[in-house]
Design a protein. Structure first.
Length: 259
């Protein structure tokens, strides 16, 4: 039991370290994401450019690109349940899929890329290529990300987030300024949108990684409590058995004396 306890303790400690690491890495992208979003809005909702029809617009007849982010390992509860359920539901639709996580189911059709989560960084250029070509060729009507979002250690949430097209906000004022651009606006927006979507995918992966380790930390903590309870019960049984043996020995000695 002590060896099991040590293993679970190590897993619990590593989970805590990974949570903090994932949170700090995700925060690196938040500021860049905010600046990039503002830049896109200032260009995308410019009246003059919209009238000139120099805008990158999704093709409503094209399929959806949906990115599912799960995990590779067990010992973290039903982390993948809702994501796998979404993949199964989407099998009925012509949705193009990127699936991250070896614990995810692997549909037979419409899978553009399937990779373990531990290979995410190594294979990220493939994701960038799919996104950039899709935006450039208007191959997707939408781009969604499905994952478990980390808010804090007490709040995790399954999320389905649309990152393309951008929503229209009524309170946009600065972005409606009438200005012109000499550069190729379509090419610039294609690159900006691709960069923005890839930032969102990276942030989602980091949040998913943190969520996964929060669940793993919870389960390892509960496991340690269970081990403590089992050891307490075992000690009580041993103590009770020892008391019984001592009592039986006293009775036996007493009988011998009387005989």
């Amino acid at each position: 039991m002590s060896s099991i306890r040590n293993i679970v303790k190590v897993m619990n400690f590593h989970s805590l370290l990974r949570i903090d690491k994932a949170r700090r890495q995700a925060e690196k992208y938040f500021k860049a994401e905010e600046e990039l979003t503002q830049m896109i809005y200032h260009i995308y909702y410019n009246k003059n450019l919209a009238l000139d029809k120099k805008m990158v617009k999704p093709n409503p007849k094209a399929p959806i690109l949906r990115i599912y982010i799960g995990n590779d390992y067990g010992f973290c509860g039903d982390f993948n349940h809702l994501i796998n359920h979404a993949i199964k539901e989407d099998e009925k639709e012509p949705i193009q899929k990127i699936i991250i996580g070896s614990k995810m189911i692997h549909p037979k059709e419409n899978v553009l890329l399937y990779l373990p989560k531990e290979d995410f960084e190594k294979n990220f250029p493939k994701i960038e290529q799919i996104v950039e070509e899709g935006i450039k060729d208007s191959s997707f009507s939408k781009v969604d990300i499905v994952y478990n979002h980390y808010y804090n250690t007490n709040h995790l949430e399954y999320v389905g987030k649309t990152v393309f097209p951008l929503p229209m906000y009524d309170d946009i004022t600065e972005a409606q300024e009438d200005f012109t651009i000499e550069a190729n606006v379509t090419e610039m927006l294609t690159q900006l949108f691709s960069l923005y979507i890839c930032y969102e995918i990276r942030i989602a992966e980091m949040n998913s990684y943190a969520s996964e380790n929060v669940l793993r930390q919870r389960i390892t903590r509960e496991s340690l409590h269970k081990i403590d309870e089992l050891e307490t019960v075992k000690k009580r049984k041993q103590h009770k058995l020892k008391k019984k043996k001592d009592f039986d020995k006293i009775i036996d000695n007493f009988k011998r004396i009387r005989s």
